[in-house]
Design a binder for this molecule. Structure first.
Ligand code: URA
Length: 213
């Protein structure tokens, strides 16, 4: 993993980079895109949870009792920014089945690129939990920052943001609004185009995973 100065961790694991390249290719089918996203989300989840605190619990192995490591603290919360966030969420839940889940429904106004909220449902006690907000694309950052601010207003104090691709413009805008929320991404691309798409990117993540275009 490579950490940049502005609180961004680039997950440069070879398997992540290889799968991301396959996802970027325009001829990759919807079925393959979905399968790759599920696979890559396991690897990203592994890295974003790498420093979770452990405690010990006494268990009996067939040989003898031992103090064995288990995750400390309350269950994690994965917050999916709809709809594309669900593509990352599914694989993450394979890895952490006991995690709690929040859904934040936002759509981008195609003219202003502002995030408009249409749905919000989250576990009630966010305060003592690590909340990992997920959305594959950090483009303008309007949706990510709006979703995270909503989670923070609902009590979340310890929040991380996980995406697949980030644009430098998105990182800058995110940092200005949320200076203390760490960002994890598989790659930082060149720039945003005038429609707010990441270049070279992979296109519209939601459309590619659900075959809506
Ligand atoms: N959302 C996407 O799905 N793709 C982009 O390139 C930017 C935002």
């Amino acid at each position: 993993m490579t950490k940049t100065h502005d609180g961004v961790t680039v997950i440069d694991h070879p398997l992540v980079q290889h799968k991301l390249t396959l996802m970027r290719k325009k001829d990759t089918s919807t079925a393959s895109f979905r399968r790759l996203l599920r696979e890559i989300s396991l690897l990203l989840c592994y890295e974003v949870t790498r420093d979770l605190e452990l405690t010990t619990t006494e268990i009996d192995t067939p040989m003898e009792p031992m103090d064995a490591p288990v995750l400390a603290g309350k269950k994690l919360v994965f917050a999916s920014i709809l709809r594309a966030g669900n593509g990352l969420l599914e694989g993450m839940l394979d890895l952490v089945p006991a995690a709690r889940v929040a859904h934040v429904g936002l759509y981008r106004d195609h003219d202003t690129l502002e995030a408009i909220e249409y749905y919000y449902k989250a576990p009630t006690n966010l305060t003592d939990r690590l909340v990992i907000a997920v959305d594959p694309m950090l483009a303008t950052s309007n949706s990510a920052t709006a979703a995270i601010e909503k989670l923070q207003n609902s009590g979340a104090k310890d929040v991380r943001f996980l995406c697949l691709l980030a644009a430098p413009e998105g990182i800058k805008a995110f940092r200005e609004r949320l200076p203390n929320v760490p960002i994890y991404t598989a790659a930082i691309d060149s720039h945003l185009n005038d429609k707010g798409y990441i270049v070279p990117g992979l296109g519209d993540a939601g459309d590619r995973m659900y075959g809506t275009k």
